[in-house]
Design a binder for this molecule. Structure first.
Ligand code: 13P
Length: 255
């Protein structure tokens, strides 16, 4: 079965609210691009205005959510609030949050559950840091992350999850994983999903690669069997570059 492709833009803490509509609007104008669903994940402050651009080919997502439905969590936003606003996706477990929020790792599973329960599709991030990669312990490390964050989820819910493998050493460094390195990890993630939840889920789940994806390296990565698209940081802030990446993914799907 052919898996549909995704290219998701993680704007991180970039772009002013007054600039967001112009940037996202230019992306929207270049769509649809065959076989690819594009997702824009701007900062929370831009979500409301960008919702009007949402369509079959362009979805809007958030970069994080709180695991509780409501309550005394100053500064936080719940999955329900995002869903009510019209969001389709939410990034959960990005390494920039795992590294800077001491409680983040322990909350990821609950955040994914909260997102799934409200009908938001989680884009769940995993990936190893450089010391782990240098010790060649990356496959085991990511399996442990999957085990901790996903193994308690129920079939019947988890089908909506999208996984993003983002090696920390490749994020914002200009040094992407090679197609072979990424494929090795994606195949291992897919095998873990099959072993844990059955081959249907293993085969159907979209697994994205993230980490210094650019127009020049996108096609070689996208051609790998188990790479179903990208989670793009820096390059998503440049419309031409981003759209070239989307075209590469489309081209790889047509091969
Ligand atoms: P860069 O594409 O800037 O390396 O960021 C990747 C990322 O963290 C996307 O979530």
């Amino acid at each position: 079965m052919e898996r549909s492709r995704i290219v998701a833009a993680n704007w991180k803490m970039n772009v002013l609210p007054s600039e967001a509509m112009s940037l996202a609007g230019q992306v929207a104008q270049a769509l649809p691009i065959k076989n690819v669903e594009v997702i824009i994940c701007p900062p929370f402050t831009h979500l409301f205005s960008l919702m009007s651009l949402q369509s079959e080919s362009l979805k809007i997502g958030a970069q994080n959510c709180n695991e509780n439905p409501f309550g005394a969590h100053t500064g936080d936003i719940s999955a329900q609030m995002l869903k009510d606003l019209g969001c389709s996706y939410v990034i959960i477990g990005h390494s920039e949050r795992r590294a800077r929020q001491s409680t983040e790792n322990a909350r990821i599973s609950a955040k994914i559950r909260a997102a799934l329960q409200t009908g938001l599709k989680p884009i769940y991030c995993c990936g190893e840091g450089l010391p782990i990669r240098e010790k060649e312990a990356h496959i085991e490390f990511v399996k442990d992350q999957l085990e901790t964050d996903l193994s308690t989820l129920q079939t019947g819910h988890i089908e909506e999850i999208v996984i993003a493998y983002e090696p920390v050493w490749a994020i914002g460094t200009g040094k992407n994983a090679s197609p072979e390195q990424a494929q090795e990890m994606h195949a291992s993630i897919r095998k873990w999903l099959s072993d844990r939840f059955g081959s249907v889920l293993g085969t159907q789940t979209r697994i994205l690669y993230g980490g210094s994806v650019k127009a020049v390296n996108a096609l070689a990565l996208a051609k790998q069997n188990d790479i179903d698209g990208f989670l793009v940081g820096g390059a998503s802030l440049n419309v031409d570059e981003f759209i070239k990446i989307v075209h590469s993914v489309s081209e790889s799907a047509n091969d």
